[in-house]
Design a protein around this ligand. Structure first.
Ligand code: FES
Length: 176
C-alpha cells in the first residue's frame, strides 16, 4: 500500500515535470516561428523613413528578402533629374528622396554589395553593376532592381501594400 501510493506520487511528479517541459518547448518553438517585431500580420513591414541618413545604405528585410533603402543626397537628386529612367524609380517622402529596392541581382539573384565610394552596387557573382537609382550600369543583369510593393503613409513606408506611387511604377514598366 505504501509502495503503491509512492509510485502514484512519483507518477504525478514526473507527469508534472514533463508537462512543464512540453509547455516550455512549445513556447520556445512558437517564439522562433513568430515574425520579427518590425513585421506585421499578412507580410507587411513598416519602415520609419525619418531615421535614415543620406548616402548610408541600409538593408531591411521584407518577407525574407533583403530590401535596400538608400536616402539620396541633394546633389545626387539634382544630377538624377536629367535621367527620366532614374526619376521614374525615385521614392519621395516629404522632402526626402530614396532608392527602395529588393536587394537581389536581377540576373541570378545574388545580393549585390553597396560601394560607398562610388555610390553604386556591384554583384560579385558575374560582375553586374547598378547605380544608386537602382538602374543597371553593367550587364549581365537584364533590368534594374525590382521595387517591392509599397505605400507611403506620412513619413512611413509600408512594404507589401501597393500604394498609388508603386502602382504607377508597375503600370509604367519601371518594376515587375
Ligand atoms: Fe548578379 Fe549574375 S547574379 S551578375
Amino acid at each position: 500500500m505504501k509502495n503503491s501510493s509512492r509510485r502514484g506520487f512519483m507518477g504525478i511528479a514526473f507527469g508534472a515535470v514533463a508537462g512543464v517541459g512540453a509547455v516550455a518547448s512549445l513556447y520556445a518553438m512558437k517564439k522562433s516561428w513568430d515574425p520579427l517585431p518590425s513585421v506585421k500580420a499578412a507580410g507587411f513591414t513598416t519602415l520609419d523613413m525619418s531615421i535614415y541618413q543620406e548616402g548610408v545604405m541600409v538593408t531591411e528585410k521584407w518577407r525574407g528578402k533583403p530590401i535596400f533603402v538608400l536616402k539620396k543626397s541633394a546633389d545626387f537628386v539634382a544630377k538624377e533629374q536629367s535621367n527620366p529612367d532614374a526619376v521614374a524609380r525615385d521614392v519621395q517622402i516629404g522632402d526626402d528622396h530614396f532608392m527602395i529596392a529588393i536587394g537581389l541581382c536581377t540576373h541570378l539573384g545574388c545580393i549585390p554589395a553597396f560601394r560607398k565610394d562610388s555610390n553604386d552596387f556591384k554583384c560579385a557573382c558575374h560582375g553586374g553593376e547598378f547605380d544608386a537609382s537602382g538602374l543597371v550600369t553593367m550587364v549581365p543583369p537584364p533590368r534594374g532592381f525590382d521595387i517591392p510593393p509599397f505605400k507611403i503613409d506620412g513619413n512611413k513606408l509600408v512594404l507589401g501594400e501597393a500604394g498609388p506611387e508603386w502602382q504607377a511604377m508597375k503600370d509604367n514598366g519601371v518594376t515587375l
